[in-house]
Design a binder for this molecule. Structure first.
Ligand SMILES: [Zn+2]
Length: 390
């Protein structure tokens, strides 16, 4: 029999369960939460809470679902401080910088890659992230892509094959041969370790036809597509994602009206990654336009050493509210339930009976403080699968 835990005296509880409380967040003031083992068993008002084996007093703090970071690149080695420093001194970002990390990642041992990965996972956990997706894409050989996914799969179920991050420098004169590798031998080696297939559909990376070849080959091996789309320029990525019923089109910074219409009419989530625009001093994606069109929006970090070296979802929430037209409620929803939608998950991103007991306690009375108090480490406790880890 599992242990039940009552968390009581919660100032405000975000459930993302509209049946349980106010608005889309299912907000409950003066709330309590009962966990049964690794699962949420009950939510409601403190005064109505049932008894439990253990009791925790939240002291009026806010409780939110753990963040679902549905887009990161954490299997890498090396550092790109110099590139960031140069870019902030006026040089434009281009997709080619990835090759610096490729060289360092190939030279690293498995243990070094895993130690780097777990370091950033711990960092993210302390900031409230209880589920994360991560990708390969810094190996670009069959051996190095396969080992990146094998290492990532020890730490998460949400593993994405991104052999098509950029054309490997070994194939600079023959991109078609690299696409053949990514859709052939490399895919065969990688598919057993991955749930998702992804491609960087962008000028300087892969065009629409190449992206389609990569995604459909992955789908034929049982992987579900997600796409790096329309980050640096307008292009075919978003509409390709919707056409192939990708779980997510990620970045969505440069969108035509037809792109927005496609997202609104399909099942593909638009995942916005403001850490990338912040770190490359680029134009913000327009979250307001997408939400007003009825598109489901997720918010994630894109944590990677080149273009967005932050593991902080609260930082991304603050940017989204300040600069992308999201309300604090929308940003919180997108970083939790939205991330879950981008991973086609219903067991996470919400605190409703039957959902996984993944939550963060904020040293603040309301989730609004995540945007109201930017840069302040407000996450004071994190529970994952019913166990307090932070
Ligand atoms: Zn990315």
């Amino acid at each position: 029999m599992s242990t039940t835990t009552l968390i009581t005296n919660i100032g405000s509880l975000v459930t993302n369960d509209p049946a349980a409380g106010d608005g889309p967040l299912g907000l409950i003031e003066g709330a309590a939460l009962v966990l049964d083992g690794d699962t949420v068993a009950w939510t409601g008002r403190s005064a109505d809470a049932p008894t439990a084996d253990e009791v925790h007093d939240a002291g009026g703090r806010a409780v939110i679902p753990g963040f679902v970071d549905s887009h990161s690149h954490l299997v890498f080695a090396g550092d790109r401080t110099a590139e960031f420093n140069a870019r902030m001194s006026g040089r434009a970002y281009s997709a080619g910088g990835i090759r610096t990390t490729v060289a360092a990642t190939r030279a690293a041992t498995d243990d070094e890659l895993e130690a780097n990965l777990t370091r950033y996972l711990d960092e993210a956990l302390r900031q409230g992230t209880t589920t994360f997706e991560t990708k390969s894409g810094y190996g670009l050989t069959t051996r190095d892509e396969e080992r990146a996914l094998r290492i990532a799969a020890r730490h998460t179920d949400e593993v994405t094959y991104l052999g098509a991050h950029v054309v490997s420098p070994d194939f600079a004169d023959d991109p078609a041969a690299y696409v053949a590798l990514v859709t052939g031998e490399m895919l065969d080696a990688c598919a057993p370790h991955a749930r998702w297939v992804d491609v960087f559909c962008e000028k300087g990376a892969f065009d629409g036809d190449q992206a389609r070849a990569v995604l459909t080959a992955g789908m034929a091996k049982g992987l579900t597509p997600r796409v790096h789309a329309n980050q640096l320029t307008y292009g075919p990525g978003v509409q390709l994602a919707v056409e192939l019923d990708a779980a997510s089109a990620d970045h969505c910074t440069h969108l035509t009206d037809a792109d927005v219409d496609a997202l609104a009419s399909g099942n593909t989530v638009a995942t916005l990654l403001p850490g990338a625009e912040f770190s490359t001093r680029a134009q913000w994606p327009d979250a307001r336009r997408l939400i007003d069109a009825g598109v489901t929006v997720a918010l994630s970090t894109d944590c990677n050493p080149g273009s967005s070296f932050t593991s902080s979802v609260p930082f991304c929430i603050a940017l989204a509210v300040r600069d992308m037209g999201m309300t604090p409620d929308e940003a919180l929803w997108s970083a939790t339930a939205g991330g879950a939608a981008a991973l086609r998950r219903t067991d996470i991103g919400r605190l409703a009976p039957g959902a996984r007991a993944d939550l963060a306690v904020l040293d603040a009375p309301s989730h609004v403080h995540l945007a109201y108090r930017p840069g302040v480490p407000l996450v004071s406790a994190v529970w994952r699968r019913g166990a307090q880890l932070v």
